[in-house]
Every structure is written in structure tokens, then in C-alpha cells.
Write a protein that binds this ligand. Structure first.
Ligand SMILES: [Fe+2]
Ligand SMILES: [Fe+2]
Length: 200
């Protein structure tokens, strides 16, 4: 699942890696971020928007089947993704990074059954964590402590990209376990929404 997203995102960054000048800090001192950090952040900007879109598709899937609590669960997950996207946009703007706002790929995964969205969410959040680790590794290697401290921060307005993944992966696993239990979907949808809304 989501192989297409992984392939596209990695190719975008690789394409830019071919220019050795991009390895250096931007010569124009207007922006304190290296080209590589900029590229990784723009990739993440797109990825979070892509996650938002995927969760909205899952919301539609359940909404059209009368499972409105699962629809609500995925809409709220999608809203969180938009918030993550916003943190990155603000950080890029604050650092005077000019970028083309990314266009996301349309959702083309087949939802085979009711369990697929929950399994896919676990997989997607694990992959999201890997991508954020890559940015953190890069910031560390470059001694870009401003980006490093922003990534490792814990501020709901400015961003908390890395630490947020603990919650994102944890709730995804919990909800996936509930989805796989033997209860009816009417019971499971209430349990899922309850678990999500009491996750803190
Ligand atoms: Fe996210
Ligand atoms: Fe979250």
C-alpha cells in the first residue's frame, strides 16, 4: 500500500540531489536553511497534505456506509494532518523559503474492505515517522540547530512534528486493534471514536 506515494516523494528529493550546489547553504543569505533541508521540508509539506487527503477518502468511505462515527474519526485525523502541514508552511515562511506550493497526487488506492483504512493508517504513520527522521538526521548532520529544535519542539502552534508521531502511531495501532476485534461495526465505531477522543 502507498508504494506510489513513497516512490514519487523519494524521486522528487533525489532529482534535486543531482545538483551539487544544492548541498551547500543557499548562497543568497536571505534564507538560513540549506537547499537540502528546504527540499525535505517541502516534501514533508506535501506528504502531510497527502495524508490529509487519504484520511478524507477514508472518511467518505465510512460516511457513505452509514458509519458516521468512523467518518468523524477520519475527518478529525485529516484535520490533524492539515495542522502538521500548517506547521511546516509557517516554518518555511518564517525562514523566507520561496517554494511552489505542492500539488498532491490523487487517491488511487482500492479500499477492499472495512479493515483496509485502519491497516493503511498504521503503515502510513510509520512511513511518516521515517520521513521526519530523515529531516531530523539532516538537520543534525548540518548542525542546523534551529531546524533541529523546531522539529524536536513541543508547541501546538509552532510545531511538534517529531514528538507528535508518538501519538499518531500509538492511536493508529490502538484503533487498528479495535477494528480487528469481533464486535459489530456499530460497537466498534463507538469504541474507536471514544479511544481517539480520550487519547491524551
Ligand atoms: Fe501528520
Ligand atoms: Fe495527533
Amino acid at each position: 500500500m502507498f508504494m506510489l506515494i513513497k516512490k514519487n516523494e523519494n524521486e522528487e528529493v533525489k532529482k534535486n540531489e543531482e545538483n551539487p550546489v544544492d548541498e551547500q547553504k543557499k548562497e543568497d543569505s536571505k534564507c538560513p536553511l540549506s537547499k537540502k533541508i528546504q527540499e525535505l521540508l517541502v516534501r514533508q509539506l506535501k506528504h502531510e497534505l497527502q495524508n490529509h487527503n487519504i484520511y478524507m477518502n477514508f472518511a467518505n468511505y465510512f460516511g457513505t456506509r452509514g458509519l458516521t462515527k468512523l467518518e468523524q474519526y477520519f475527518v478529525e485525523r485529516a484535520n490533524e494532518e492539515y495542522l502538521h502541514h500548517t506547521w511546516i508552511r509557517k516554518y518555511l515562511n518564517e525562514n523566507d523559503v520561496e517554494f511552489v506550493n505542492p500539488v498532491i497526487d490523487s487517491f488511487d488506492e482500492k479500499i477492499d474492505d472495512m479493515l483496509m483504512p485502519f491497516e493503511a493508517t498504521v503503515e502510513l504513520e510509520n512511513y511518516t515517522t521515517e520521513l521526519i527522521h530523515e529531516i531530523t538526521d539532516q538537520a543534525f548532520d548540518e548542525r542546523d540547530w534551529l531546524t533541529f529544535s523546531w522539529l524536536t519542539g513541543n508547541d501546538k502552534n509552532k510545531g511538534m512534528l517529531l514528538v507528535e508521531q508518538v501519538e499518531e502511531m500509538s492511536i493508529s495501532r490502538t484503533v487498528n486493534d479495535i477494528a480487528h476485534s469481533d464486535e459489530s461495526w456499530l460497537v466498534k465505531e463507538s469504541s474507536i471514536l471514544h479511544a481517539y477522543e480520550h487519547r491524551d
